[in-house]
Design a protein around this ligand. Structure first.
Ligand code: ZN
Length: 169
């Protein structure tokens, strides 16, 4: 299992879709908490790991995008769906700054945001590259797919380059 995932990671990195979020020469530290993977959301993590893509469930009958993943379309009750790769951009819909309880390896004061993707669905992810006091609702972000450790690949949002709302005034 681990070998397969590691091989997929290497392939994705060779293709340049997955960036490395691990600091060089970093002191060994606690790994990030593992996501709870089930039959409905497994595709989400497989898309990140194998292809460096942020994929969202799309109903095969009415084409509604839905997230978090569920077995049945809330609009038309269809159980047919396929993963659809999203554009790596969006805006900050909402966010929290976490101080307590802190789970290693996170440091107090990190930002977790609900990112509204350009295509509509909202996805929770870390927001990096901006001081917590400078985060603004509606701030444009770009999303990169990053390797956190040998077995974990996650999307990370950062202020979009060249967008006025994302820059410090
Ligand atoms: Zn539907």
């Amino acid at each position: 299992m681990t070998d397969t995932l590691s091989e997929q990671l290497s392939e994705a990195q060779i293709e340049g879709h997955v960036e490395d979020n691990v600091e060089e020469n970093a002191v060994p530290q606690a790994l990030r908490p593992r996501p709870a993977i089930n039959l409905d959301n497994a595709f989400f993590f497989e898309s990140l790991t194998a292809r460096g893509e942020l994929s969202i469930q799309q109903c095969s009958d009415c084409e509604e995008l839905r997230h978090p993943p569920v077995p049945m379309c809330p609009d038309c009750n269809s159980t047919h769906w396929a993963p659809k790769a999203m554009k790596p951009s969006g805006i900050v819909h909402s966010y929290v700054v976490l101080y307590h309880p802190i789970v290693p390896p996170f440091e107090p004061g990190y930002v977790v945001a609900v990112i509204e993707l350009e295509q509509g669905p909202r996805v929770v992810m870390n927001l990096e590259g901006v001081e917590r006091e400078d985060v603004k609702i509606g701030m444009p972000v770009e999303i990169t797919i990053e390797r956190m450790d040998a077995d974990l690949v996650l999307p990370v949002a950062r202020p979009a380059a060249g967008k006025s709302n994302g820059e410090q005034a």
